[in-house]
Design a protein around this ligand. Structure first.
Ligand code: UDX
Length: 468
């Protein structure tokens, strides 16, 4: 299957987290990439060399490979492309199933603009199982309507599920755990193997600001049929989500029996069959994937008359966790009405400004519904919160220190590294009550105790008592 690396013309439809990261990374590997998006404001920003999202290293890499990247709202570059990636959004609908309208539009546009040479259309959007075939049918239909003849032999559809995490999107793209490709057409498989070979064999020079992880060997290439690749994506996310919910469920018991969930997680995680990652107890998962993908998996199962009680339970535990932390705060403060609660962090995780399904917003709403005043800080997500969630009426603080002013409690929601080294002694003195609820078990208990804080943690039975 080996073939010499060559520079290819690639089009990426959808310039969001996945599309943009893919486009920039492939340009870095030496390909000529055109990113296509219907959002003209976003295209304009990118043309000016600015990255519209906050993602570690993306701006730097974008500048480095600018000469191999084009940004446009026109689909015509698809004509020259040997590979077309689809990376459009598939947001969840109220019934849990994903909204496929953007995917449908993208597939139709690809069919309308397909060139004469064989093109591999690669789906990276997270789509219900069977969508590969649907995308193929749409492209075929569009091609026929435009050219009056069949698209036989002109293209093949493949699936390349995306496992990148926001905040470490480039690192996950350049140094992945595995590359999964679902392709039933041998030419499509061969083309994608060639494309990913520098990543599989790690033969590209690592960017200075994204060094190759030490000891990284060859990356496994998993070639499957289309349906299996599509299911791998959902199953991976559901499994990670349930791992987190599992540890949060155990954490609730740990609090009651006086155990420490961090020790429990380490104790079980070191069993190689379980693994230590994604066993970090806290306020639960958020973000654009776990909630949406577990709901979509349940919706697919329903279509086939199946229930998935384990996945359902993972969701219930997760969303219940947001209420539990508020209840625990209520237990501590007795009354929330009129109290001031500070939130450290709004983004659903550090190193991103993404607020989709962020636990912070849910927690803020619940606190406000009980009459509390909520103020919040985030190093990068404040503007986005103001813009995207104007109904929230949160008081936004530009400096982390300001959330402590006269507060009755401060809750750490997002584990931004800079929060670890706040001037705790000074901050304790600014609060009405020096109470910190560490929703990510992230802060140093001894340091906080020395500063005079009562420090509540998730899944830790006895709070660190103030020494003051
Ligand atoms: C996830 C998957 O990890 C990734 O493979 C897929 O492509 C997209 O969905 P992402 O949502 O970007 O990535 O972030 P991730 O790092 O997985 O975190 C998701 C949520 O789980 C965050 O809210 C995070 O705070 C939370 N989390 C993660 C925990 O609560 N505990 C953990 O141990 C790990």
């Amino acid at each position: 299957m080996k073939e010499r690396a060559e520079s290819m013309d690639i089009a990426v439809v959808g310039a969001g987290y996945v599309g943009l990261t893919t486009g920039v990374a492939l340009a870095y590997l030496g390909h000529r990439v055109t990113c296509i998006d219907v959002d003209t404001a976003k295209i304009e920003t990118l043309r000016q060399g600015r990255c519209p999202i906050y993602e570690t290293g993306l701006q730097e890499l974008l500048e480095l490979v600018r000469h191999r990247l084009e940004f446009t709202d026109s689909y015509s570059p698809i004509r020259q492309a040997r590979i077309v990636f689809i990376a459009v959004g598939t947001p969840g609908l109220p019934d849990g199933s994903p909204d496929l309208s953007q995917l449908e539009k993208a597939a139709w546009a690809i069919g309308m603009h397909l060139g004469e040479d064989f093109t591999v259309v690669v789906n990276k959007s997270t789509v219900p199982i069977g969508s590969g075939n649907w995308v193929e049918a749409l492209i075929r239909e569009a091609y026929r309507s435009r050219n009056g003849r069949s698209a036989d032999g002109q293209f093949a559809v493949a699936s390349k599920p995306e496992f990148l995490r926001e905040g470490s999107a480039l690192r996950d793209t350049l140094y992945p755990d595995r590359v999964v490709v679902g392709a039933e057409h041998p030419e499509a498989l061969k083309t994608l193997y060639t494309l990913y070979r520098p990543i599989l064999e790690q033969t590209f020079p690592a960017p200075a600001f994204l060094p190759r992880p030490e000891g990284l060997g060859a990356i496994p290439f998993v070639a499957t049929d289309l349906a299996s690749a599509e299911l791998i994506k959902y199953a991976a996310n559901a499994f990670l989500a349930l791992k987190i919910s599992f540890i949060n469920e155990i954490a609730a018991l740990a609090e009651k029996v006086g155990a420490d969930i961090t020790q429990v997680a380490r104790g079980i995680g070191l069993d190689g069959r379980i693994g230590t990652r994604f066993l970090q107890a806290g306020i639960g998962w958020g973000g654009s994937c776990f909630g949406k993908d577990t709901a979509a998996l349940l919706a697919t199962a329903r279509e086939y008359g199946l229930t998935m009680p384990i996945v359902e339970a993972a969701r219930q535990v997760n969303y219940r966790q947001r209420e539990r932390v508020v209840e625990r705060l209520l237990e501590e403060l007795k009354i929330l009405k009129g109290k001031t609660i500070g939130l450290l962090g709004l983004a659903f995780k550090p190193h991103t400004d993404d607020l989709r399904d962020a636990p912070s917003l849910d927690i803020a709403k619940r606190l406000m519904a009980r009459g509390a005043w909520v103020r919040a800080h985030d190093p990068v997500a404040l503007d986005r919160a103001r813009r995207e969630r104007p109904e929230l009426q949160l008081q936004y603080c530009e400096r982390a220190e300001d959330v402590f002013d006269g507060a009755d409690a401060v809750m750490l929601v997002t584990e931004w590294p800079q929060y670890r080294n706040l001037p705790w002694e000074e901050l304790a003195g600014k609060m009405r009550v020096p109470l910190i609820f560490d929703g990510r078990n992230f802060l140093d208990p001894e340091r906080l105790a020395r500063a005079g804080f009562r420090h509540l943690r998730i899944g830790v039975g006895s709070p660190t008592l103030t020494t003051a």
